[in-house]
Every structure is written in C-alpha cells, then in structure tokens.
Design a protein around this ligand. Structure first.
Ligand code: AMP
Ligand code: MG
Length: 303
C-alpha cells in the first residue's frame, strides 16, 4: 500500500480553527452544566462490539490482549459510579472496510465527544444536545461567522426543539434509503428515534414494547446524514445478559464488563458526537477527511 504523505496535510487552516473552537465551546458548555472532562481510554480488554463488522484492532500483551477503543460506552457507564456527568473527547479506532470511503463520513480514526449523564432519560440528552448545538453555533458565528459564511451558505442557528422522526415510520414512508432521503430534504437537524432492536448494540435500552430502543440518532440536514448516536442504557445484569444472548455477543471477551455490572452500575443516558463530522457539516466539506489533520481514510494508509 502506498503511503500518501501529502494528502494528510491538505486540511485548510480555517477548518482547523473552526474545529478547535467547536471543541472549546462544547467543553465550555458542558462544564457550565456540571459535567467534568475525563481522559479517554485508548486500550482496554473490553470495547464496543458495534453493530457492523470491522477489521480487528488488537494488541497482544503478555498472555492477554487489548482492544483499541471503538467507543467508550462501557467505560462511560462505569464512570457513572464516580461522577454523575462526564464527557471525553475520545479517539476511536474502527478499521472500516474500504467501501466506507465513499460515504464521505467515515474515517478509521476519529474522535467522539462522548458524554453520559446518570439517571437521565433520552429526552434529557436530546434537550441537552440541542442546547449545546445552539450555544456552540451562536458563539461560533459571533467569533468566526465571516470565515464560515465563505465556506457554508447554509450555516444558521437551528430552531429548538428539533423535529423527532420515528425510525420505522420513516422506513415505511421512504424505504431503505430513508436516512439519506430525509437528510437531503431537511434544512434543520432532526432526531431519528425508536430504532429497532436488531439495528443497534445490546446496551441501548429496550422499550417496554420489546421491539424498539429508547435511543436516538441526531441527523444533519443538507445530506450530511448522521451526526450522533445515543440513548438510555441497559444497566441491570439480567437484562444485559438477555440482550447479549439475543445479539449473539461473545461473553468471554465481555467478562470484565459483566463482572462490574454484577456489582452494580447506575442507570444513565448519553451520546457520542463525531467531531470530524460536525466540522464537516459546519464547514460544508465534501468528505470528512478534509475536517482534520492526518485523516485516516478507509482502505488507505496515510500519515
Ligand atoms: P456510533 O455510536 O457508532 O453511531 O458513533 C457515534 C458517532 O461517532 C457517530 O454518530 C458519528 O458522529 C461518529 N462516527 C462513528 N463512526 C465514525 C467513522 N467511521 N468516522 C467518523 N465518525 C464516526
Ligand atoms: Mg450511529
């Protein structure tokens, strides 16, 4: 594989400035609401099993092995024992297959603003994220509005509350490609809610109906598609075991997590917002690789 050195350094200076400001403002917003920033976990014996397959990213260490973090979901849940409101700018490695390159929104190394709140409902998280986006965009516009206007004619402060669209209703109306279709039609961010159990991992909380989850995706307008995923979490041992069995998850690799869950973890809800995707949206970039220095695009090697 060819190493594409020059491409990694093609990001525009203005884009980096906007991205830096987004990170600062969201951190500021969360701190003002009682959240603390925790340092990210990069390697652990447990990581998100994800709902789609990616190449393995494991590091052998003595008789065991570490996984590179695909998301901090389990560590966020465990952190809820210590502090009720946490966030982290968490680097994630997901060795996606090369066809993901053409989506414009996949890197194999990316960063999530990952947040979690004890005793929260999905509605609490949606309201928090809406408020955070409005605050961040307002402040960003004040400071870097001229810069953004040159790149993005659509940049505006979204109106709250964002519209909520039920996953199954959208699927019925628009067919399989509903996410793209709805995102392209939209001029404001919106939520996709009540995602079916088979479409997500075991840790998203199952609704009483037994079919859909108490979770949500935030969707960008103008075809930029998914911004964030999150929801209420399963936290009770028996329910988690049942969901893992349903999903066919590997119990042995998850034993560390299950042992901790057995001791007890608090109920919580949260979400993760991709920083590169947010930067791409604000700057109106065609591919997420233009949103950061040293991007790692699926199917390529680069600096
Ligand atoms: P997930 O929980 O898997 O939906 O990931 C949470 C968020 O991280 C997504 O909504 C995206 O904003 C971001 N994200 C997930 N996968 C990628 C990727 N391969 N490249 C860039 N951002 C991603
Ligand atoms: Mg998602």
């Amino acid at each position: 594989m060819e190493i594409k050195v020059e491409k990694s350094l093609r990001v525009k200076r203005e884009v980096l400035e906007i991205s830096s400001e987004l990170i600062f403002l969201m951190g500021k917003f969360l701190r003002e609401r009682g959240f603390i920033e925790i340092l990210p976990v990069i390697i652990s014996p447990i990581t998100d099993p994800l709902n789609h397959s990616v190449f393995d990213a494991e590091i052998k260490y003595y008789d065991g092995s570490y996984s590179l973090t695909k998301s901090m979901i389990f560590h966020k849940q465990l952190a809820m024992r210590i502090h009720p409101r946490i966030f982290s700018f968490s680097p994630n490695i997901r060795l996606e297959t090369e066809e993901k390159k053409s989506t414009g929104r996949h890197l194999i190394e990316f960063t999530q603003l990952d947040l979690e709140m004890r005793e929260a409902t999905r509605e609490d998280i949606m309201a928090l994220v809406e408020e955070m986006i409005v605050y961040t965009f307002e402040e960003l516009g004040r400071k870097l509005g001229d810069l953004i206007a040159k790149m993005n004619p659509h940049f505006s402060i979204p109106k709250v509350p964002f519209k909520k669209v039920r996953y199954l209703e959208a699927l019925k109306e628009y067919g399989k490609d509903f996410e793209n279709i709805l995102s392209e039609k939209a001029t404001e961010p919106f939520w996709l809610i009540d995602i079916p159990i088979d479409e997500r991992e075991f840790y998203d909380k199952l609704d009483k109906n037994g079919k859909t989850l108490l979770d949500m995706d935030l969707m960008y307008p103008y075809g930029f598609n998914e911004a964030s995923s999150g929801g209420e979490r399963e936290y009770e041992y028996d329910r988690i075991v049942k969901r893992m069995e349903y999903k066919g998850n590997d119990f042995s690799s998850m034993r560390w997590y299950l042992e901790e869950v057995k001791k007890g973890i608090p109920p919580s809800a949260g979400c993760g917002i991709g920083i590169e995707r947010l930067t791409r949206f604000v700057c109106n970039l065609s591919h997420v690789e233009e949103a950061r220095l040293f991007p790692k695009v699926p199917g390529e090697l680069s600096l």
